[in-house]
Each structure stands twice: as structure tokens, then as C-alpha cells.
Design a protein around this ligand. Sequence first.
Ligand code: NAD
Length: 502
Amino acid sequence: MVLSIKTRRDAVGLATGELLIGGAWRAAADGRTWTHRHPATGEQVGDFAVASPADVDAAVRAARQAFDEGSWPRSRAKQRITVLRRMAELIRSHTDELRTLQALDNGVPLTFGDEYAMSIECVADVFDHHAGWVDKLAGETLPGYQGGDHLVMTLREPVGVVAAVVPWNGPLLLAAQKVAPALAAGCTVVLKPSEFATFAALRLARLFEEAGLPPGVLNVVTGPGDPTGQALITHPMVDKITFTGSRAVGKRVLAAASEGMKRVSLELGGKSPSIVFPDAEVYAAATLTMGTVTLGLSGQACVAHSRALVHRDVYDEFLAIAQGMTTLVTYGDPFDPEVTAAPLINERQRDRVLGYIERGQAEGARLVCGGGRPDGELSAGNFVEPAVFADVANSATIAQEEIFGPVLAVVPFTDEEEAVRLANDTSYGLAATVYTADVKRAIRMARAVRAGTVGVNGYQLEPHVAFGGFGQSGLGREGGRTSIEAYTEVKTVLIPTGDEMM
Ligand code: NAD
């Protein structure tokens, strides 16, 4: 059988070359397009419109008008709840189609969508979760502090026009985590999906129309970081930028936000550790850790636990299990239920990962297995065989930099104090998981490790919990109350209640 996504692509029949601006679908003003090639086969997925700065300007102005003059920011809670809940239902009823589009976008195997955090159900739940917040966005009422009688009241108002820039690895979930709270809070949005995952985002936008979202409240501009993303984050009429992506681009977003003092949220990368103590269930620790760098996204996940800190007493056992896991990984057609792992998203990323594998060896780490490229028909795709490195110094490049591929660096440690020091010896701080049977140690470690989310004997993301990073893993949190509050401004209202002036 020839590996090809053509039949799937042709069956979808979705218009790809359009932008959504002010409720109308249209091509880019200058007609420019971007060709996305499928990472598993190199075949053309679609020609997507490249929104020029003029298109981005039109989209931001549409969002501005919808915010300043439209009904959405002024709507009753019931209207917003109804649209968000309808959206959740529409997403559920289009599960198969959306899964297909995601796999056409990024080559992540369909089977991986059975994992809750990667599922369409989770995307729908993000909308349901935020629908639940709409009528609970409360301020405070305080008594006066001094002077005459007065009350102090705070209101939470929508922050304004939101520019949402998302990556390709979870195109629906990561868009939902921004668009759902922004809309719930009464903001208007310009969404820029990744140029490597446009299909699914365009379908999501069409579902919003079906859900009854007024025109101009959600606008979609497709295209690469330059010119489309850059024009969006620097646009003076944007009030807030919410960005998920690499640290390098995150820094540009932060710089762009400083001009005009835009509000900003950043969900960036990580070099998250699995920390394995000798009393842990080593098999579970090794398979769960390897799962984050092999299964599904092949390590192209912000929360990939690509650094294993393993106690010397169980080090060899851990390595043997990790190595064994690599033999279970299968690549190929993402629609084949036997396939477990994705290709790397593009040739550039594939070569970058191969470069890290070379560098790891050059810096003295021991390559236990993997690190090559499969041959035959798989050579047309961007596949890299999962690599396990042993005897890695925590200061080595492969233990410090986010590789975003199927590479695990295993670092030995001797005691708890050293484990904490190594875990925190990183510029990132997104996630960590502690494997131990000792509850007290688990809690001590959870408190000592500087990371936004710490798992104990396992790691699971859900829409209602705050997710985000310490250090250079980002600014702010997504999920839960913190998520929706980040799309609001607090306004304080001072009200005299007696005859005296305040
Ligand atoms: P990326 O930073 O290359 O791109 C992310 C988005 O930014 C894309 O839409 C891209 O077109 C856009 N972009 C690129 N240059 C831009 C510019 N100059 N101005 C404005 N926009 C620009 O990241 P990626 O390769 O798509 O995704 C991988 C990265 O995302 C990894 O670092 C990963 O850790 C991170 N990520 C983080 C989370 C999280 O929640 N913390 C989740 C998923 C992915």
C-alpha cells in the first residue's frame, strides 16, 4: 500500500484559501497563498491564504468595531452561554471530521485522539467549562477605608480586542483555550492559526457561525509568522495578545506588547523532568515518560517530559524499559489505527532534531538507541526514530534545550536534594512529574520543584485547572478562573453613601 493522504484530503472538500473578516469569507487582498505539505508524506495538503498586513488590519478593525459598537461585549450572560454551549455541542457532533482535519494538518495519528487531553471531547469541554464562568465573573464590594461613608465596587470588564496566535501541535485545543475564555468574557478575537495547521482552525470558525456568534466577533487570519503573525501582534488596535508557541517567538510577542502596553499571556516551551525515586513503580515511570516523547506527537508537545532524572538504584532498569518502549513505536499513515507516532512537522524541525542527536553524542552522552531515520516509503515523511540518551549531564545541550522531538535525556541522581537541584536547573518551568511511593516525599517535591504543573505518579491535563509556566515557560495561566480573569480588566467604582464627600 502506498502511503498517501490524498484520498482523505480530497474527501474533505473544504475551501482552504479564505480568511474570515467581519463575518465575510474572502481571499487575501494580494492573492498570496501558502502551500502546506503533509509531514508524513510530503504531499500538498492545501494552499492557504496568506493574510497580508492589509488583511490583518481589516480583521483587527472588524474586531474593534464589534467590540466598540457591537452587541457581544454588552450581551446578557445567557446569550454568551448559549453560543458557547452550542459550540461545544457542534464540536462534539463533528468529532470525526475535526479529528480528520487535525490529522491532515499535523500528521498526529487518529488513535492519539483517544487520549482525553488530545481529544475532540476535551476541546468541547473547554467551551462548556468557560460557558460556566460567564455568569460568575464577579467583582467585589468593599466598605470605605477612611473619610465619609462610601462603598467601593469592582467590575470585571472584557479586556477588548484579543489577538490569539496558536501553534500547530494541538490546533483545536490551543485555539479553544484562548477563544473560549475571550468570548466568555465578552472580548472580540482575531485568531491566527499556525501555517502548519490551518484546516482544523478554518472548520472551527465555520462552526462558530453555525453556533450564532455575531459577525466580527471572531475573525481568522491565516498565514505564517511573517507577515501575518507579525502584523497582528504589532497592530495598535489590539488590546491583548495571547500566544502559545516557542520561546523565541514569545519574546517577540512580549516586545510587541510593550509598545502600546498590550496585555499579554504567553504559553511557551519546556524541558520538563520526570523525577524517578527508587521506591517508584519504575515500569510505569519509564513507560509514561517515554509516552510523552514517543507516542502521538513524537515529543512535539510543550509538556513532553524530555528530561528523566532517575535515581542511580533504578537507573539501569529505567533505561532498559525506555529502550524497550522504542520498539513499540509505529509510524506511517496517521489514519491507520496501528500507527502510534507522528512525523516531525516539517523538514526544518526534522533536521533540527537530528542536529540535537548529533550534538548529544558530541557532548559525551551515550546514545542507547534510535536517532536515525526510517527508510523505504517512510523516507518521504519527516520521521525520526525515538532516541534515548543515557549518562547525560544536566548541563548538556540536550538536557537544557527544548528539542521538540522524540528524544529523551536520562540524567542520574543520588538523593532528593540533588533531584531538586537538577529539576530546577533549567530556564524553563512548565511541568514535572514525581514518581515515588512516599506521599510525604511527593508533597515535598511538588513544593520544591519550580514548575507550573507538577504530577505525582502520572500527569494529566484538564480544562478546569490552571496551566502555565514558571520562568521562561511563559506568563499567565490557561484553564480555570485564572484563565477567564486574564481576559478582563478590573474597574473600581467609588460610590458615596452619606452626605459627606469621600
Ligand atoms: P512557533 O513559535 O514557531 O509558532 C507559533 C505561532 O506563532 C504560529 O502561529 C506562528 O505562525 C506564529 N509566529 C511565528 N513567528 C511569529 C512572529 N514573528 N510574530 C507573530 N507570530 C509568529 O511555535 P510552533 O512550532 O508552532 O509550536 C511549538 C512551540 O509551541 C514549542 O516551543 C512548544 O513548547 C510550544 N507550545 C506551548 C504550549 C503551552 O501551552 N505552553 C502548548 C503547545 C505548544
